[in-house]
Design a protein around this ligand. Structure first.
Ligand code: GLP
Length: 251
């Protein structure tokens, strides 16, 4: 696992944006895996900015988002489909038919999960998967206990995740308790993975993911199973990594 530590969240976001830009420059028809949440907002802001300056072309890029809440339409302001459209897709030349997100209104969630999984295969798999990390080290919506071999499926959200994400819902609006998420096994099949984590509240999840043990209890620890995984952190998120480890990293 490669670890990159930057001084600030802004610099860490810029580093991840740079990795994405180089990916689409090297392979204009790349298949990208994309996350939502607060963490990647700085990355997407950077991509918008670069696009407006003429850097980054996405018309041949295919995207697969990690997850979507069950019960929310793509027009719902708290849906991940809405988030992606508003923070990234409509600001650049993405083709809507190439941007994929599980259907939050699917009547048969398991069938939708299977469709999504096979769509990823049909596209030859994911070239570059970008991930955030939950405070309990979840990746996508793979909560602690998710097998590292899991596939795209319907999942129940942990109560700590519901609490952490309550801020994205209007007071009084109901918050979904289930989602469709790419599985950890699905994520691990990506050719390269980049994880961005920033802020003190991610430090313990990062330390547990990086230091092991590799266990289903810590979804982020599955990254140790991947041959090309990079974790990009700001100093706060790196806080709980051991001093020896930081020394080895040259920090
Ligand atoms: C959600 C998403 C994850 C994301 C996590 C962290 O639960 N399903 O993909 O990584 O939140 O979110 P944030 O970046 O807002 O801390």
């Amino acid at each position: 696992m490669n670890i990159i530590i930057k001084n600030s969240a802004e610099e860490a976001s810029a580093a991840v944006a740079e990795i994405l830009l180089r990916q689409v420059e090297t392979k204009p028809d790349s298949v990208l895996g994309l996350p939502t949440g607060a963490t990647p907002l700085g990355v997407y802001a950077r991509l918008r900015q670069e696009f407006s300056k003429g850097r980054g072309r996405y018309k041949d890029v295919t995207t697969f988002n990690l997850d979507e809440y069950l019960g929310l339409s793509s027009e719902h302001p708290s849906s991940y489909a809405f988030y992606m459209r508003e923070t990234l897709f409509r600001h650049a030349d993405f083709k809507s038919e190439r941007t994929h997100i599980p259907d939050g209104l699917a009547t048969d969630a398991e069938a939708e999960a299977e469709r999504y999984e096979s769509l990823i295969s049909t596209h030859g798999g994911i070239d570059l998967m970008v991930l955030g990390l939950g405070r309990n080290a979840h990746i996508g919506f793979n909560e602690p206990g998710s097998p590292h071999t899991s596939r795209t499926r319907r999942v129940a959200l942990a109560s700590s995740t519901l609490d952490a994400n309550a801020r994205y819902f209007q007071p009084g609006s109901s918050q979904p308790t289930h989602a469709i998420t790419m599985g950890i096994g699905t994520i691990l099949e990506s050719r390269a993975i980049v994880v961005l984590a920033t802020g003190r509240e991610k430090a313990d999840a990062i330390a547990a993911s990086v230091n092991g043990p590799v266990t289903d209890a810590v979804p982020g620890s599955a990254l140790n199973r991947h041959a090309d995984a990079t974790i990009v952190l700001d100093r706060q998120a790196a806080q709980a990594l051991g001093a020896v480890q930081l020394l080895e990293l040259g920090v």
